[in-house]
Write a protein that binds this ligand. Structure first.
Ligand SMILES: O=P(O)(O)OC[C@H]1O[C@H](OP(=O)(O)OP(=O)(O)O)[C@H](O)[C@@H]1O
Ligand SMILES: Nc1ncnc2[nH]cnc12
Length: 176
């Protein structure tokens, strides 16, 4: 039986020397691959009590929109700085190959709302942690963080679990 890793391409030295870039465009482009990813995430998150799905730009939008539809919720985008038109809150963070800032509309979530946070890939966990901070600053609660890929060597799972969060991932890479 096929696995999501069958559809994920590795491109060495992108965007910098030494980075093994796990490219999910080939997963998303294939109808069986995309379905495997969405079905896997639905299965991993089934039974969770959630009110909405939040996705991290950009690849988390592709998965998050489909997942929200399948789980019967709306979708809230957490965007890179300067993209959201309304009043925002923002959070800066470090990632495997740089620094960035993400934003959330300040009325996108409300007190007590239960949120599933989705992205394609967990590396250092910096992006997800920034997303969690934004969600929590609006008084909402992150019920779980779901990813297709866990880059185990980079410690993202330990970071998020250490903060008390449930982490779901469909596949892992280590030992690059
Ligand atoms: O766990 P971390 O170390 O934070 O890294 C993971 C993040 O890095 C990638 O996004 P990237 O910032 O490259 O943006 P993109 O999706 O817009 O390409 C990936 O899609 C995650 O969002
Ligand atoms: N190695 C990697 N491949 C793809 N996306 C990433 N985001 C952070 N690290 C990454």
């Amino acid at each position: 039986m096929a696995h999501v890793t069958d559809y994920i391409r590795t491109i060495p030295d992108f965007p910098h020397e030494g980075i093994m870039f796990r490219d999910v465009t080939t997963l998303f482009a294939d109808r069986d691959g995309l379905r495997l990813a969405i079905e896997g995430l639905v299965e991993a998150c089934e039974g969770l009590q959630i009110d909405t799905v939040a996705g991290l730009e950009a690849r988390g939008f592709i998965l998050g929109g489909a997942l929200a539809d399948r789980l019967g919720t709306g979708f809230v985008p957490i965007r890179k700085k300067g993209k959201l038109p309304g009043r925002t809150i923002s959070q800066s963070y470090k990632l495997e190959y740089g620094e960035a800032e993400v934003e959330l509309h300040d009325d996108a979530l409300h007190q007590g709302q239960k949120v599933l946070l989705v992205d394609d890939l967990l590396a250092t966990g910096g992006t997800a942690e920034a997303g969690i901070k934004l969600i929590e600053r609006l008084g909402a609660e992150v019920v779980a963080c779901a990813f297709v890929i866990d880059l185990k060597d980079l410690g993202g799972r330990e970071l998020l679990e250490g903060l008390g969060h449930r982490v779901e991932a469909l596949c892992a890479y280590e030992g690059d």
